[in-house]
Design a protein around this ligand. Structure first.
Ligand SMILES: [Fe+2]
Ligand SMILES: [Fe+2]
Length: 214
């Protein structure tokens, strides 16, 4: 009993510290360097630049949400292996977050002002999903990764071909997201019911609409 009581404050502090680092854009260095293109980068036309800024802001927030979701799930994971799996996936998302942050800095724009809200919402969703068991928790990972893969593909098609820097980042992220989804399937994740998937899609569309702008 004493052990549980003493570890709870440190868990809360740890989560709060992580929340502050992620939403204040002071992410620690990535474990894998930002993917680079061998092609020379070009100066984007103003309209193209504005569009890429909005799209990369969405991708950055997507990584904020993915990390929050996985840390929330890890908090209530039923076994040690699931916990390790989720923390490893969150580490990869941390790299993606850093790469997106770096590109936003290059493009002289800000991250979403609403990131604290997205983080808290996703963390709560992840923690709630984990309470229903690891198979459902992995099911959330599968669905989130599928939706991220789809919107990355949309962005790859929209971003000007000559923006090699952004393309190099998104291409590697897409490869990693596909692997995360497959790993969650291999770990026993179930296919979520259609209404749950539809709610997740609606939430993600709402998030993308706002984040593109603010
Ligand atoms: Fe990611
Ligand atoms: Fe992922």
């Amino acid at each position: 009993m004493r052990k549980i009581n003493s570890s709870l404050p440190s868990k809360i502090l740890n989560e709060f510290d992580r929340f502050l680092k992620i939403v204040s854009s002071t992410a620690e260095k990535p474990t894998i360097a930002t993917p680079k293109s061998s092609e020379t980068d070009v100066i984007l036309q103003p309209d193209d630049k504005l569009n890429v800024q909005g799209l990369m802001r969405i991708n950055h927030t997507g990584e904020v949400c993915a990390q929050a979701l996985y840390y929330g799930q890890a908090l209530f994971a039923k076994d040690r292996q699931t916990y390790r799996h989720l923390i490893k996936a969150a580490d990869d998302e941390h790299n993606h977050l850093y790469w997106c942050q770096e590109r936003l800095d290059d493009l002289h724009t800000h991250t979403s002002w609403l990131n604290p809200l997205w983080y808290l919402g996703s963390f709560t969703l992840g923690a709630t999903a984990a309470l229903f068991g690891d198979k459902i928790s992995y099911g959330f990972v599968i669905e989130v990764e599928k939706q991220v893969e789809d919107h990355l593909q949309e962005h790859i098609e929209q971003i000007p071909e000559e923006d090699h820097k952004t393309h190099a980042i998104l291409a590697q992220m897409k490869i990693d997201e596909i692997r995360h989804g497959q790993d969650a399937k291999d770990a026993g994740g179930i296919d979520l019911p259609l209404p749950v998937k539809k709610i997740m899609t609606t939430m993600s569309q709402f998030m993308k609409f706002l984040v593109y702008r603010i």
